[in-house]
Ligand binder design. Sequence first.
Ligand SMILES: Cc1cc2nc3c(=O)[nH]c(=O)nc-3n(C[C@H](O)[C@H](O)[C@H](O)COP(=O)(O)O)c2cc1C
Length: 211
Amino acid sequence: MAGERVLHIIGSPRGLRSRSTRVSRRLLARLGVSAEELDLHATDLPALDAAAIEGRYALVEGREVDPIVCDRWRRVRDTIEHFLSFDTVLFSVPMWNFGVPWRLKQYIDIITQPDLMFNVDGNGVTGLAGGRRAILVCSGALDIRPEEPGEEMDFQTSYMKAWLGFIGITDVRIVQVRPTYGTPARVEEAMDIAFQEVDALAESLLRAPRV
Ligand SMILES: Cc1cc2nc3c(=O)[nH]c(=O)nc-3n(C[C@H](O)[C@H](O)[C@H](O)COP(=O)(O)O)c2cc1C
């Protein structure tokens, strides 16, 4: 991964106490890369309100729009360009009410724009973020990871994978940190397993040449 640009998107607001972030940081340490961190709960993201959404159609049609709306869309485009400027994107993703935290969902809503992150034509949808790698570190109190009992309640890992596929990212590595609720011994065991998994992932990423 030498020379790759890596973005670490932090979906948990819990700072140093965040288990998903701790596991992600261990991965980055093992990889020996310094990633840029995007702490979504500490970032002022542009709002997609009624004015912004209507303004987008006005901009596309060349109609006059309020300078505030122009500024909003400039910030959306900047956010997309920033995301696309990385080779690997590492997401620290806690499960919140079976899905992803609202700040991460807001970020996804901002960057998933037609013509900028995906194209639609007669042949279907083409994601414009292809060629990149994503790593998901998914945490949750309950162990309802894919292929475990309760997986039908997972709208976190399955959603992230589906969305990444939609924007063209199919090289997706996943590490689960769960259960994070239970006896201290059980939670520490889950952390240990996750640390071992990211160590193994780091080794395989360092060995494998990019195709
Ligand atoms: C608002 C909120 C909703 C949550 N919903 C779920 C849930 O639906 N399923 C689950 O297994 N854990 C749920 N949890 C627990 C977190 O996923 C768990 O504590 C996880 O370890 C948090 O990751 P973090 O330490 O990286 O922040 C929720 C936590 C919060 C704060």
